[in-house]
Design a binder for this molecule. Sequence first.
Ligand SMILES: [Mn+2]
Length: 409
Amino acid sequence: MAFRFVHTADLHLDSPLRSLALRDPELAALVAGASRQVLGRIVDLCLAEAVDALIIAGDLYDGDATSMKTARFLADQLGRLDAAGVRVFIIRGNHDAASRITRELTLPDAVHVFGARAGVVTLDRPGQRVALHGLSFRDRHAPDSLLPRFGAPLPDAVNIGILHSSLGGAEGHDVYAPVRLSELRGTGFDYWALGHIHRRAVHEGRPLVVMPGIPQGRDMGEAGETSVTLVTVADDGTCSHEARPLAVVEFARCTVDLRRAEGWRDALERLRAAMSAARAPVRADHLVLRLSLMATGALWARLSRDADLLTTEAARIGAAVGNTWIDRVVLDGAAPAPSGGALGELSRIAAADVLASPAFAAEAEALRAALQRALPVDCRNAFDMLEPDLAPRGVAEVLARLTPEGPEG
Ligand SMILES: [Mn+2]
């Protein structure tokens, strides 16, 4: 009888909001509650598919920032699995290595949390013995491979390893218990259930190595479809897998070319078409978009001048398109270059005397640095999110605001 399980990792349950862009309180509440909702959906999936086990390969929590309320919610959800006879196997990752919660909380009998020494749990099933190997490193940092701590595969059993690891390294993720794919290949295991990197990756072969990715993205840095992995292990140990998207919210970037748009109304119509096309393939209940608008000339000036109105219109279109929210509207493309009259002269002065001046650059940088220092620690990296060359951008915006509206309106 095939052994079936759901493999997930990096839920970061009740993780604090990191994005400054989620200023809309309704959207912030939606994103804040999404990790819990998705945990509920993972349990629903386990029950609907009548799987044998759920494997959570680290970073279930986000450190001690999470409260006992989070822990109680988790215990309730895992209790639903316990009642249905679904086993749960958990290791800790770098974010929940030292979490007090998992130590203090009494979890249902069906739940096994691996300790700091590699452990093996065997399940004797009709015609098949399954061995689950796991280990929870105590420290937030694991600069060396944890693979040598694992035992050998049990003979005459399907061997599943559970490991939190950055593999060979991934951009945006701390190095944690690094290990080469070839080393995992050499273990003689049948399946490696990994966690840590938030983007899904499947390495076919035997063992089958799966990094399931975060099941619910938290901001634009975790854009795209997210999922958990449903695995079936045949009696001979052959593993097959399928991605099951369960996200409540999906984040995506959307570029809209407005360079041929004829005025404001036409631009909004093109925006609606682009947002509708972005929404169509998304299976999550809600979509959060970062809009990049390409525009030139008078339209660029209008969009820049009426940025607040534009954001309001985009939000209205998003609601009409269906549960689509705006994270941020970024205006790209070329500002109009006024050639004649007073504006033309102002433009030339700005370019030649101001932007080219080292004294201005030094003053602008000092101002930026002072402003950054004055911000609360949590917000200081907001400057890194801003586009470079703020000064030319500022000049273009000032000129746009001074440009009289064309007949297009
Ligand atoms: Mn991690």
